[in-house]
Design a binder for this molecule. Structure first.
Ligand code: SF4
Length: 121
């Protein structure tokens, strides 16, 4: 069973991409970077924000995820980085590098594919 932790931008998760619904719909429908789990047993076990600019707390927050979930014997097997970081974060290179260096599990850049090309077209 794959257990997926999605990591996103704090500002986007709080104020822009309300409810992280596109990531969740993308996962439920196995679209975008979640297509790899088609036909597989997989769950989203958490949605973690980066901790705010410029992301200094990300490693601590990953450790907190481990701590909070230890009593339930839950831990992620895959981390997906949201497009709010991959496509928009000015600190993404450092942030993603830190996550990859410390996670100890596969880190995949991307989640849902629901990014409209234009607003009024
Ligand atoms: S560091 Fe990047 S991902 Fe985190 S809040 Fe700032 S812009 Fe968003």
């Amino acid at each position: 069973m794959e257990k997926i932790l999605i990591v996103g931008c704090k500002k986007a998760m709080d104020d822009v991409c309300i409810g992280c619904s596109r990531c969740l719909v993308g996962f439920n429908r196995r679209k975008g970077e979640f297509e790899r789990y088609t036909g597989q047993d997989a769950e989203v076990m958490g949605l973690l924000n980066c901790g705010d600019c410029p992301g200094p707390a990300i490693v601590t927050r990953l450790a907190q995820i481990k701590l909070w979930n230890a009593p339930m014997d839950e831990k992620p097997t895959k981390i997906h980085i949201g497009p709010c970081i991959v496509d928009h974060c000015p600190y993404k290179d450092t942030l993603i590098k830190k996550i990859k260096a410390k996670a100890g599990i596969e880190v995949i850049e991307g989640t849902h594919p629901f990014k409209p090309d234009n607003i009024f077209g």
